[in-house]
Ligand binder design. Structure first.
Ligand SMILES: NC(=O)c1ccc[n+]([C@@H]2O[C@H](COP(=O)([O-])OP(=O)(O)OC[C@H]3O[C@@H](n4cnc5c(N)ncnc54)[C@H](O)[C@@H]3O)[C@@H](O)[C@H]2O)c1
Length: 353
């Protein structure tokens, strides 16, 4: 018999994964289009002698990654990925990008044909397999259509039900609309666009710009400087997208969606990459040390994305001076350039020549 209600699986249960689970759980329970039970893959860890998955299933709170918020009771934490994924029709991928390839390989044999996915993961990958979007990695390994969702969505604000917007980028409008149905609420408003690459690249690159914003905060510079970082960062994001994805003709309008300018603004004022980079400029401690000290298991994306972007620029023999802000963030995080030198990439930016 044809099953009409779609079965949902969330791959990930960090800060953003748990926040989006609040929305998904409530929407799945309220609509006949979805099965009420939603599996959420939880990478098991022990918290005060108890398994995190058991704590979540008993208290409905992810005490490590989203403390203080109660998840709907139909969100079921499942520590075995293959069990969580079996028979699902719609997948939400929401883990730090460094883990996604391994997780997809674990899921390979159990994903049913015709299943669709959406990636909420902000990052890109550059390896011996070339430069790849996270949605492409998932799509290639699992042979499924993968849309993306990116926007000005700081997790704890979404979990608290504060109003925000977001953008779904998709190659398949019906699939994009199906995910909109699952994810939209009165306070989480979604625009669907068919410019997937631009939406995803915006989500990844903005974390590099956020590190720059953190450095200028740490250096005690003002709001004018921060605005310049945001604008010059946006220019580099637009140039990078046009250079690397000429075939999709990235739309300027997409940069004006929530995934573009709005996410840049919010992340340069509120996000974890900005916060840790500010502390980096102030304290001189290493990024790795600060990630451990300040983030309680959450992962930073900006420095790693800067490293991937610089590596892809070098591999294509592109002059790093074309992307001075991205390059300065990389050199400050990985090559001992002092944060005080960040201002030089703004002063000598090609936008002013
Ligand atoms: N937090 C936000 O405000 C926010 C908002 C929008 C998008 N995002 C993006 O969403 C994605 C996920 O972020 P998050 O905030 O949910 O995660 P997080 O930074 O809270 O990461 C912790 C998660 O990683 C998992 N993990 C740790 N080691 C692992 C391993 N070896 N293998 C597999 N999983 C492992 C943990 O179990 C936990 O679920 C990221 O790409 C992030 O950029 C985050």
């Amino acid at each position: 018999m044809l099953r009409m209600a779609k079965k949902i699986c969330i791959v990930g249960s960090g800060n953003w994964g748990s926040s989006i689970a609040k929305i998904i759980g409530a929407n799945a329970a309220a609509s006949p289009d979805f099965e009420s039970r939603v599996n959420m893959f939880v990478k098991e860890e022990v918290i005060q002698n108890r398994n995190l998955s058991e704590i979540i299933n008993e208290s409905h709170e992810n005490v490590k990654y989203l403390p203080g918020h109660i998840l709907p009771e139909n969100i079921i934490a499942v520590p075995d990925l293959a069990t969580a994924a079996t028979d699902a029709d719609m997948f939400i991928f929401v883990v730090p990008h460094q883990f996604i390839e391994g997780l997809c390989n674990e899921m390979k044999g159990v994903v049913k044909p015709g299943a669709i996915g959406i990636s909420l993961i902000k990052g890109v990958d550059h390896s011996d397999k070339g430069f790849r979007l996270i949605s492409s990695i998932i799509g290639e390994i699992l042979k499924m259509d993968v849309s993306v969702l990116m926007g000005a969505n700081i997790a704890h604000e979404v979990a608290s039900g504060m109003f925000c917007e977001t953008t779904i980028g998709t190659k398949s409008l019906p699939n994009g609309q199906a995910f909109k149905k699952l994810l939209q609420t009165p306070n989480f408003r979604i625009c669907v666009v068919q410019d997937l690459e631009t939406v995803e690249i915006c989500g990844a690159l903005k974390n590099i710009v956020a590190c720059g914003a953190g450095f200028v905060d740490g250096l005690g510079l003002g709001d004018n400087t921060k605005a310049a970082v945001i604008r010059l960062g946006l220019m580099e994001m637009m140039k990078f997208t046009r250079v690397f994805f000429p075939e999709v003709k990235p739309q300027t309008a997409t940069f004006l969606e929530s995934c573009g300018v709005a996410d840049l603004v919010t992340t340069c004022y509120g996000g974890r990459n900005r916060r840790v980079s500010e502390a980096f400029a102030k304290t001189g401690k290493s990024i790795v040390e600060l990630e451990k000290e300040m983030l309680n298991g959450q992962k930073l994306q900006g420095p790693q994305t800067a490293s991937e972007v610089v590596s892809v620029l070098k591999s294509k023999s592109i002059d790093l001076n074309e992307y001075p802000l991205f390059t300065a963030v990389y050199r400050i995080c990985f090559e001992n350039l002092p944060p005080s030198s960040f201002i030089e990439c703004l002063q000598n930016h090609p936008e002013h020549m």
